[in-house]
Design a protein around this ligand. Structure first.
Ligand code: DGY
Length: 417
């Protein structure tokens, strides 16, 4: 344990570039949104000041319309595609044109509560930025009358090649995509990454966004891809509750009222995502109402989001038991009993330490301590046996994707160790 703690700290320090941290060298040579927030959580175990700095640097990539971008490009790196030119963003610091799961407010609350004296001023600066970002989600990523949060690019979900997006992505016509060369396959085996057919569509969606000047409301309303995501929806719900608490600390009553209007719709959003056929929350294509027919690990974030419904939860718990029993290194990102499960391919099966942490946190809070513990021990074991990989094969435990991976090291320090 001592050695692993030491190694985890080294990974955080080695991947740290001044005031922000790379997910891993080579494969991801910039600052990624939710990666950075888990990194802040990791840093908060050893250097709280550095943890705040990580959050602050992310918000240098916040757009005028409130969006905190999914990648902040601060220097040129030939090892990654697509770089800033392809995105053609309009913000003064080069960024990508979509967002990522908003864990920031929850992490900021954690940092603040660790030391309210150190954190007070920094919270004061960040609070309006967090409000603007959450407002962006609730206005620009919701289709009129709905409440579940849409992703308009699989990259926005953070779960790039999840089967959750397959049907909607099939509808995206890749004809005429500008020729390009993938860089990810120079770092990681092709069978652990998205396919070329998926990449063509990812790039085509970037081109669509760029051509419409990154008008995010239009992209959600009319773009080629809009899917309600249980991952972002529950993560934002949780972040709204934490942001509300922060608004209370700061005596910002009008912010509290605004957040209440968002939270008022939380149950409606959860109802929309519930899929009776698979006894789980599932993604839903906003263009045709079709549900994804497979169970992703983010289905179990409902507790983390603060949603409980006794009858439904009994069914969800049965689904969780089934999934836990079908993979020795849980929690697989996709149901091992589904034909689309692929134990090595990124978000189509592998286990991710960050999702485990969020799911377990919610389960623990709602009294499912045993299951939370099981997920934590699985996470500990898979890291102990294999190292700090980006993700893990849930059947064999084999480390997959990038190595010396910052968020896995961060979750080790903050929770799994
Ligand atoms: C990638 O390039 O694979 C990233 O996941 C995009 O965010």
């Amino acid at each position: 344990k001592v050695d692993l703690d030491k190694r985890a700290i080294e990974i955080l320090r080695e991947n740290s570039w001044g005031d922000y941290t790379l997910p891993t060298k080579g494969l991801y040579p910039y600052q990624w949104n939710w990666d950075s927030m888990f990194v802040a959580l990791g840093f908060s175990e050893i250097d709280l000041d550095r943890a705040w700095t990580e959050v602050e640097s992310l918000f240098q990539g916040q757009w005028k319309n409130g969006m905190a971008a999914h990648i902040v490009f601060r220097r040129d790196s030939p090892s990654y595609f697509p770089g800033p030119k392809v995105w053609g963003g309009t913000h003064e610091v080069a960024t990508s044109g979509c967002s990522q799961p908003p864990v920031a407010a929850t992490i900021v609350r954690d940092l603040y509560e660790k030391d309210p004296i150190l954190g007070k001023e920094r919270l004061g600066e960040l609070f309006p930025r967090l409000m603007r970002w959450h407002r962006w989600f609730h206005t620009k990523r919701v289709i009129s009358g709905g409440a579940a949060i849409a992703v308009t690019h699989p990259w926005e979900s953070g779960r790039d090649n999840s089967p959750d997006w397959d049907d909607a992505l099939d509808e995206v016509d890749p004809t005429g995509v500008t020729p390009y060369q993938r860089k990810d396959l120079g770092h990681v085996d092709a069978d652990m990454r998205p396919t070329n057919a998926q990449y063509d569509r990812y790039i085509k969606l970037v081109e669509y966004g760029r051509e419409c000047g990154w008008d995010h409301a239009q992209i959600t309303r009319e773009g080629p891809f809009a899917v309600a995501d249980p991952g972002i929806t529950f993560i934002l719900m949780r972040a709204d509750r934490d942001l509300r608490k922060l608004a209370k600390f700061l005596n910002k009553e009008s912010a509290v009222h605004e957040i209440d209007t968002w939270l008022y719709r939380a149950e409606h959003a959860a109802n929309y995502l519930w899929n009776d056929e698979i006894d789980a929350y599932a993604a839903r294509n906003l263009r045709n109402g079709q549900h994804s027919d497979g169970v992703s690990s983010v289905a179990f974030l409902s507790y983390y989001g603060g949603i409980t419904k006794p009858k439904r939860d009994a069914r969800l718990q049965k689904t969780l038991d089934r999934i836990l029993d079908s993979a020795p290194y849980s929690l697989p990102s996709f149901d091992p009993q589904h034909p689309k499960f692929d134990s090595r391919r990124y978000w189509r099966g592998p286990t991710w330490a960050i999702v485990n942490y969020l799911v377990a946190r919610g389960l623990e809070e709602y009294g499912f301590a045993e299951k939370a513990k099981r997920i934590r021990l699985d996470t500990r074991k898979v890291i102990q046996d294999n190292g700090f990989y980006e993700y893990f094969d849930p059947i064999t435990g084999a480390g997959s994707g990038g190595n010396h991976f910052t968020w896995t090291a961060a979750i080790w320090l903050a929770w799994a160790s």
